[in-house]
Write a protein that binds this ligand. Structure first.
Ligand SMILES: Nc1nc2c(c(=O)[nH]1)N[C@H]1C(S)=C(S)[C@@H](COP(=O)(O)OP(=O)(O)OC[C@H]3O[C@@H](n4cnc5c(=O)[nH]c(N)nc54)[C@H](O)[C@@H]3O)O[C@H]1N2
Ligand SMILES: Nc1nc2c(c(=O)[nH]1)N[C@H]1C(S)=C(S)[C@@H](COP(=O)(O)OP(=O)(O)OC[C@H]3O[C@@H](n4cnc5c(=O)[nH]c(N)nc54)[C@H](O)[C@@H]3O)O[C@H]1N2
Ligand code: SF4
Ligand SMILES: [Mo]
Length: 740
């Protein structure tokens, strides 16, 4: 929506003037909040950017990382022209500017030759979370590639595939309570989720619930920002949560605190679950998790006796070798006290299941050749290295992703990207570590420069993003590039030529035809109103309130026979994550000095997005690793020392932060750093594993055993780039904020 009116109700600086335009949009980043935004534009330049004051969830403010968005949009390092690499790939790459015509001609020429020689399966599009928009991600992930017959990418496996699968298997779909109903909760258990950093608009509602008498428990190996404001913080050893959840169920079942009538009427397999849980008495669970038995008993009783009670989790906790069963255990725990379907109770994982965009309208797959194969996003390095053959991957087209920073086992990814015979195109805002490895780099637009439609995974509004400014330089949106590539390939289907609004309307209209939550929500309305709530019938905002579950049985599947049919245990169970098998025992015996390393969200970046914005780098401080004081002392590591962190995969150098936020044996180093801005040109994903979890091909970033040792001054490789970025010497600031 473009108006010449003041920004929005209550926005103080919104004086109308002839040249001031106010444009409403949506934050595109991977975050449950999907804020509605307001951009003020004068003479074609965005001059202010903020949260929509009238939006019930955004409430007029944006998070720390997106507040300085204009710094990102107008960053001097924005890519503005297509470029071709001259000379070697990697750090020393040199570039020459080329025209869009030349770029598209060269790319499609190479692709036609690859298709003729190897088949279209030799081409792999690679994308994930640069934007979550329906058009610039969803449609762009499908149409051109379907038409071409390119290899598919199992992309959600990098993030939350196991939990998505586990929650859908248990409850039927991913529906979650509205955060505005939190004040009705009397007990809120936030499990392996750090909304204060990763979905901050939850926090005011959580505070309100606490003021209302709700008791908040956080279960997280790290004392996160979220944990610090909870009433209770429980710190299990990483990847032991399935045991903890089963132990809580044991306490609840054995004390008769489960809701038997509810379970009889609304679930499948509760007795089997009870029998499974019986194998997890508190003492056994205490020895697995490190959580004292009394704490387990007390929390089990609390969950069994406090209503309504809510269990909230997100994707961090399931990025382990046993993440699938962990997510299943959490989903089952949320059900056994009969809280699902009640206001203030149930399971809060994701709201993304309310809208499933019509797949045919998104991808037109029925008019295309079948997808030849699907490659797991986490196995990129392995796939490029030869795990995938017949045909090998000969060309990679990367957009909305930064695999050299964010994909596990990045040294393997880099080796793959450096293959001489691999033709790589990267469509990006910046010269990322991935773009440096490309043959051709194409300049992308930011959210301020293109249109899109966004659903949310943490709330229930649809939000339209109107372009606020013209593309910078020669930048083009994903969809515009896809259309050029399609034309260059000679594809002439009308659905590869549509205008932006035509695509969005097509998908919205097709989805509305079968989903009453979209009744009355048209593109025209979205453009006029910016955001529109999903059309829940009055009193129907509570998920599963009618106790009808879209599972095969129509009930909560505590025992899930669909999983059994795939050879997966139909009941949740605890099996140590492969990386951690036997580790605790060896550690106790003094035979293994490795630490379990968790690399969850950084407060000031979204994955590697924003991790080149100077003011945010300054606030986040130097790349660091949090170590428990005793672990540090044993390794002769002092606060502020440069340390080498090494796993079976590789190593990187980080600054040691000695802290009480982690327990012994557990280290924490947030994700998202650009390798090229780190001291030794590597980031934490040099150490993470590309092994897959027990469900859905899930990533296992947090199942990562590392040695940590001080780097002698002579060994340190401090880089000019990190000093230039203003990132050095900011550790003290970061500590002041994040390490009380
Ligand atoms: N500021 C910021 N916000 C983000 C992102 C970001 O990078 N930065 N990333 C976005 C994305 S892509 C996603 S998927 C979401 C993720 O949102 P979250 O899941 O909330 O984020 P994470 O930090 O990945 O993981 C949450 C917590 O899980 C804990 N954890 C790790 N292992 C275990 C375990 O074994 N047991 C338990 N109980 N806890 C464990 C970590 O310590 C961490 O505090 O956040 C989104 N929002
Ligand atoms: N160690 C560790 N690593 C992790 C995780 C972890 O917990 N620990 N979490 C994982 C998770 S949950 C996720 S979701 C992944 C995310 O991994 P990725 O999806 O690779 O996300 P980013 O690293 O943020 O890279 C996104 C890139 O897209 C670019 N971009 C933004 N908008 C656009 C656009 O409109 N067009 C184009 N062409 N490009 C655009 C941005 O500039 C940025 O470089 O990271 C994973 N990596
Ligand atoms: S990242 Fe999340 S909290 Fe921050 S502005 Fe975007 S949607 Fe809002
Ligand atoms: Mo993610």
């Amino acid at each position: 929506m473009t108006t010449t009116q003041p920004a929005a109700k209550g926005k103080a600086n919104g004086k109308a003037s002839a040249s001031l335009r106010v444009v409403r949009g949506a934050c595109p980043h991977d975050c449950p909040d999907t804020c509605a935004t307001v951009t003020e534009v004068r003479d074609g330049r965005a001059i202010s950017f903020g949260g929509a004051p009238d939006h019930p969830i955004t409430q007029g403010w944006l998070c720390a990382k997106v507040r300085p968005y204009l710094e990102r949009v107008y960053h001097p390092d924005r890519l503005l022209y297509p470029m071709r690499r001259v000379g070697p790939k990697g750090e020393a790459a040199e570039w020459e500017r080329i025209s869009w015509d030349d770029a598209i001609g060269e790319i499609t020429g190479r692709w036609k030759a690859i298709i003729a020689e190897h088949g279209a399966a030799a081409i792999l599009p690679y994308s994930y979370s640069g934007t979550l928009g329906l058009l610039q991600l969803g449609v762009c992930d499908e149409r051109l590639w379907n038409r071409m017959g390119a290899s598919g990418l199992l992309s959600e496996a990098i993030c939350g595939a196991a939990a998505e699968r586990a929650v859908s298997a248990t409850l039927g779909d991913r529906w979650a309570p509205d955060m505005r109903d939190l004040s009705a909760s009397k007990l809120i258990v936030i499990w392996g989720n750090n909304p204060a950093s990763t979905g901050p608009h939850y926090m005011p509602f959580l505070r309100e619930a606490q003021r209302n008498g709700s008791y908040v428990v956080v279960v997280d190996p790290r004392r996160t920002l979220t944990a610090r404001s909870a009433d209770e913080h429980i710190q299990p050893l990483p990847a032991t949560d399935a045991a903890l959840a089963l132990g809580l169920m044991q306490v609840i079942f054995s004390a008769g605190l489960h809701d038997e009538a509810w379970l009889e009427a609304n679930s499948v397999g509760w007795r089997d679950l009870r029998d499974r849980a019986a194998q997890y008495p508190p003492e056994r669970v205490a020895s697995i998790t490190g959580v004292p038995a009394e704490t387990i008993i007390a929390l089990g009783r609390r969950i069994g006796t406090t209503q309504p009670s809510l269990l909230k989790f997100a994707d961090g906790v399931q990025r382990h070798g046993n993440g699938g069963q962990t997510a299943r255990a959490l989903a089952c725990l949320s059900a056994i006290t009969g809280q699902i379907g009640k206001r203030g109770g149930g399971l809060a994982y994701s709201t993304s299941g309310y809208i499933h965009w019509d797949a045919e309208a998104v991808g037109h797959a029925s008019e295309c050749p079948p997808e030849p194969r699907e490659i797991n996003i986490n196995r990129l390095g392995a796939a490029l290295g030869g795990e995938v053959s017949d045909p090998r991957i000969m060309s990679l087209y990367v957009y909305c992703a930064n695999p050299a920073a964010s994909t596990p086992n990045t040294q393997r990814v880099l080796a793959g990207l450096r293959r001489d015979d691999l033709f790589t195109v990267v469509h990006e805002l910046f010269m990322t570590d991935t773009a440096r490895e490309a043959d051709i780099v194409l300049p992308a637009t930011t959210q301020l420069e293109h249109a899109d439609l966004h659903k949310a995974y943490g709330q229930t509004f649809l939000t339209y993003n109107a372009p606020a400014i013209a593309p910078l330089g020669e930048a083009k949106s994903n969809w515009d590039v896809m259309r050029l590539l399609a034309a260059g390939m000679g594809y002439d289907e009308p659905w590869l030529r549509q205008e932006v609004d035509e695509v969005i309307a097509e998908v919205l209209d097709a989805t509305r035809a079968t989903n009453p939550l979209l009744a009355g929500i048209t593109l025209e309305r979205l453009k006029a109103e910016n955001y529109v709530p999903l059309n829940f019938a009055p009193g129907q905002t509570i998920p599963f309130a009618d106790l009808r579950f879209p599972t095969p049985s129509g009930k909560v599947e505590l025992r899930c026979d669909r999983l059994a049919a795939e050879g997966i245990d139909p009941l949740p169970d605890y099996t140590p994550a492969a990386e951690y098998a036997g580790w605790a025992e060896r550690r106790a015996a003094g035979q293994d000095d490795r630490l379990a390393l968790i690399s969850g969200a950084a407060h000031h970046f979204t994955s590697s997005s924003m991790a080149n914005v100077p003011s945010l780098l300054k606030r986040e401080g130097e790349p660091f690793i949090e170590l428990n004081a005793e672990d540090a002392r044993e390794r002769s590591i002092a606060h502020g020392d440069l340390v080498e962190v090494r796993s079976a995969r590789g190593s990187c150098q980080l600054r040691a932060v000695i802290t009480s936020t982690t327990q012994r044996g557990v280290a924490v180093s947030p994700k998202g750093r650009w390798p090229s801005l780190n001291a030794d040109g590597r980031n934490i994903n040099s150490t993470t594993s590309d092994a897959l979890a027990d469900l859905a091909g899930q990533s296992t970033f947090h199942s990562n055993l590392v040695t940590v040792r001080p780097v002698a001054p002579a060994e340190s490789t401090s880089s000019a780039s990190s000093a230039e970025s203003g990132a050095s010497s900011a550790t003290a600031d970061a500590m002041a904020v994040f390490h009380p």
